[in-house]
Design a protein. Structure first.
Lengths: 402, 84
């Protein structure tokens, strides 16, 4: 029997967690991302708010205008993380092959199982998450990851959609191209300019043309249009990237403060890498200015890095290359991608060996006493501007992105 | 709806079930509140210490968030959400 893929997607994940924890929020429009008088954007809106036109990514100001009665919450990301961990613990009771792609969605690979049995497992998982955590998830089932992903979005909330093996090739044809995973707003616009609106129309375009237009993704879209996908080896919980970003409470143009925040964000992302024994070969910084224009600078490395200090030296160089504008900065972020499991290096010089020892000691201290127990001197500047608890600085808008 | 961040130490009567604390009553502002319903709970680690968070309802519809810290075995009233 071939494998089956379950794609599990949380329904309005963050607002649902808040509503499950606080009954006073039930049936009310809930918006997570910040308070109504705060700067920044919505991270997630509950179904009640969505019905009134509020969308993720919209500014908090715009949302408060559209939906003045909404309950605005800054969000407790430690709570969301705990719920994600509980969901993952449930998944691992049904299969060891789990790929977590974001805090609220995951792929489960089930082998040697019929579609009826897979559906029963999906129903059990759905019921358990509802009973134990008070939230709902939607699940798509098929033999392909991308079809399961599309299917999970078809009957939200709390739906299960099964696509049989015989339907897999025909299933995507009638869908708009934007429904295919990986096709975002810009790619969709490019396809629309070529009069390609549906997957059926996408199917008419040769692979070479798509590859020329979209690089490696072009080949992926070519296969998707035929109900196929490139076989991938399950790598369990290995994320594709780790990122941390924050919007400042007010726009700033002070190099020291921006670098200090970038340093802190690098520490947070780097400690994730160390904790999960990962290293990355690509580092990116994102700077969004007061006029909403954005600089995103990327550096590909010849040797992968995991030490926060080494990563920050690259981040600082990238920032110095970006910091040519005088416009105030609204948001700063760091991303480490092209991740892989940390390889043991036999040939390390003294500095590398010392750095490894230091990172291990710092990780052990933080593991036992919390992240704030030991902070680098570069972050002292932030003490004047942000509150601090055992888990670190309380940023204006923390992000839970991976 | 109104949220108040309190982070106040409180006295709690609780019992332990399957290794987990279950709050029954707490004292805040010289008043004793009997817990009628536990709406939800979650836990996290602050370093090696485990912290349990509870959302509870007492006599009214007001919602209280309690925290039990295993590091010093203390309870706190983190926040209260008042209707209206």
């Amino acid at each position: 029997m071939p494998k089956l893929v379950l794609h599990i997607d949380g329904d309005a994940f963050l607002p649902s967690i808040e509503q499950a924890f606080n009954p006073l929020l039930q049936n009310k429009p809930v918006i997570v991302g910040g308070t109504e008088n705060q700067r920044g954007v919505i991270h997630s809106a509950g179904y009640e708010a969505r019905r009134l036109g509020v969308k993720s990514g919209m500014s908090l100001y715009e949302a408060s205008r559209i939906c003045p009665d909404a309950v605005f919450l800054k969000g407790n990301y430690r709570h969301y993380k705990a719920v994600t961990a509980s969901m993952q613990a449930i998944y691992y009771q049904y299969t060891p092959e789990v790929k977590i792609t974001s805090p609220d969605d995951a792929y489960l690979i089930l082998r040697n199982i019929s579609i009826t049995e897979a559906r029963e497992i999906a129903e059990t998982i759905q019921k358990r998450i509802r009973k134990e955590l008070g939230i709902t998830v939607s699940i798509g089932i098929s033999g392909k990851k991308f079809i399961s992903k599309i299917a999970s979005e078809m009957h939200k909330p709390n739906g299960i959609t099964v696509i049989d093996a015989e339907e897999e090739e025909k299933f995507p044809l009638s869908l708009p191209v934007g429904r295919l995973p990986g096709i975002g707003v810009k790619t969709e616009e490019t396809l629309h300019e070529l009069s390609v609106f549906t997957v059926k129309e996408l199917r008419e375009i040769p692979s070479a043309v798509l590859e020329k237009l979209f690089g490696l993704n072009g080949r992926k879209f070519y296969l998707y249009a035929r109900g196929r996908e490139k076989a991938t080896t399950p790598n369990h919980t290995l994320p594709s990237s780790v990122s941390r970003e924050t919007t400042f409470a007010r726009d700033i143009n002070d190099r020291e403060t921006i670098l200090s925040v970038l340093h802190y964000l690098t520490q947070r992302a780097g400690s994730y890498l160390l904790r999960h024994k990962l290293e990355g070969k690509q580092i990116k910084i994102k700077i969004r200015y007061a006029d909403f224009s954005e600089d995103a600078l990327t550096c590909s490395l010849t040797a992968p890095l995991s030490s926060p200090a080494d990563i920050f030296s690259v981040v600082q160089k990238l920032y110095d290359n970006a910091a040519v504008r005088r416009t105030n900065v609204r948001l700063a972020g760091v991303q480490i991608s092209r991740l892989r499991r940390k390889q043991p290096y036999l040939l390390m010089d003294n500095r590398e060996r010392q750095s490894e020892k230091l990172n291990t000691a710092v990780s052990a201290i933080r593991e036992r006493f919390g992240f704030s127990a030991i902070l680098p001197a570069q972050n002292l500047l932030l003490k004047k501007q942000y509150g601090i608890d055992k888990n670190g600085f309380i940023l204006h808008s923390p992000a839970m992105t991976r | 709806m109104h949220f108040e961040e309190l982070f106040e130490p409180i006295e709690v009567i609780s019992h332990f079930k399957n290794g987990n604390p279950v709050p029954l009553r707490f004292k805040w502002n010289q008043r004793t509140y009997s817990i009628k319903k536990i709406n939800g709970k979650w836990h996290e680690y602050q370093g090696a210490a485990k912290q349990y968070h509870f959302s509870v309802n007492c006599d009214s519809s007001d919602c209280f968030e309690l925290l039990f810290d295993t590091h010093n075995l203390t309870w706190q009233l983190l926040r209260v959400c008042l209707e209206g």
